[in-house]
Design a protein around this ligand. Structure first.
Ligand code: THG
Length: 367
């Protein structure tokens, strides 16, 4: 493509956009109608740095769909096939949200704020409308809105050290998907041990815009000797790690079982949650297709459309994310593959928009 995307009021800026630009952001993408940095130096340079140091990410576009009222948790449990018994103010959960057919509407992180409040930290789809409609049409005692919250992620092998320097050593005691409150600038701030990378780290839920600048600068001052940099979710690292991207690797045409999220589909919920009946049937009969890690041969163009997977002149799936991995020396890819062709080692042809390439199903993701 030889064109640029332009910005306007619709491509919402964040409290950190100015700092991200001062740090030299080279490309943005749009996520939930908000700016999300995509590249700083180069995808490859950002990748090596993420895997060796620590980065601060403006992930304000992870919008918080907020449910407030006595029915908030009961309603959340109807929205997802995952059993929420273990959610608490100290533990958040990854919860696929399904429609009446079991199709994926979003794959957010759900955070319990109190007995009467939850935040759904959404991926890139308009979940707010679905949740508002369900609340409004079923008489739930819940008010649903988008909170004025702007998450900032700290990711990388040195993320714990940096976050502890700014928020205190209690950070080090948090478990994966733990949640807690920490003091900064006289504010109690929610932090979770989550983030869209396999390098580990935290997400800080900045409420309002007033202390955003102070926090950004505190992180960069505290991390100077750690080579902290502004960064962003890295396409290569997240493919290696098998982190799915909603709208790319799955849509409402896929179920969480097809997405490899069977661990988030609990039988106890299937009689009651939206789409539960379809999911129970799929579990009983077996899925028709599933997400797979694949490699692709030769040089490949940017994967900005689905690439058909072909075997014996038949369509057997598609690749939806792919990029050359510097560490593994192959093109790493994520695809959805029919049951007839999903076994590890199966070879087929992928029709990229620059021509056919050889594709091979892998046993697992790389990290
Ligand atoms: N953090 C928060 N909100 C988010 C994201 C995030 N909203 C948008 C997007 N990312 C949602 N998608 C994901 C995808 C994967 C994970 C989290 C959010 C993730 N997966 C773990 C893994 O695959 O290793 C395991 C999760 C589990 O099984 O419990 O972390 O990143 N706040």
């Amino acid at each position: 493509m030889n064109a640029q995307i332009t910005t306007s009021r619709r491509t919402r800026r964040t409290p950190f956009s100015q700092y991200v630009e001062d740090a030299g952001v080279r490309a943005y993408t749009v996520y939930n109608r908000m700016l999300l940095p995509a590249v700083f130096r180069s995808l490859e340079e950002d990748y090596h740095h993420l895997k060796s140091a620590v980065q601060v990410w403006d992930v304000s576009c992870e919008r918080q769909v907020r449910l407030r009222g006595p029915d908030a948790l009961r309603m959340l449990q109807l929205l997802t096939p995952r059993d929420l018994t273990k959610i608490s103010t100290k533990r958040c959960m990854y919860v696929p949200i399904t429609d009446q057919n079991g199709g994926m509407l979003n794959d957010p992180v759900a955070i319990k704020i109190s007995d009467e409040e939850v935040w759904i930290s959404i991926a890139d789809s308009d979940l707010l409308f679905w949740v508002q409609a369900i609340a409004g049409c079923n008489g739930f005692h819940v008010v649903v809105d988008e909170a004025e919250v702007f998450p900032l992620a700290v990711q990388g092998p040195k993320a714990t050290e940096l976050t502890a320097r700014v928020f205190g050593d209690r950070i080090r005691e948090m478990k994966f998907f733990g949640a807690d409150r920490f003091v900064f600038a006289d504010e109690e701030i929610l932090i979770t041990r989550t983030g869209y990378s396999k390098q580990g780290g935290f997400e800080i839920y900045v409420e309002g815009r007033h202390y955003a600048g102070e926090l950004w600068h505190a992180l960069f001052e505290a991390g100077a000797d750690l080579d902290v940099r502004a960064g962003c979710p890295n396409l290569i690292e997240r493919i290696e790690g098998g982190l799915l991207s909603f709208g790319n690797d799955m849509t409402f045409e896929n179920t969480p079982l097809e997405c490899g999220l069977g661990r988030c589909v609990n039988d106890s919920q299937l009689a009651t949650c939206y789409g539960g009946r379809a999911l129970a049937e799929e579990r009983a009969n077996g899925s028709q297709r599933m997400v797979r890690a694949l490699t692709v041969s030769d040089k490949i163009p940017r994967c900005d459309r689905a690439w058909p997977l072909i075997s014996n002149e038949r369509l057997v799936g598609q690749i939806t994310s792919a990029y050359r991995s510097p560490d593994f020396g192959v093109n790493v890819a994520i695809g959805m593959v029919d049951h007839t062709h999903w076994d590890a080692g199966t070879e087929m042809t992928v029709m990229t928009h620059a021509g056919p390439r050889a594709a091979k199903v892998q046993q697992k993701f790389w990290i």
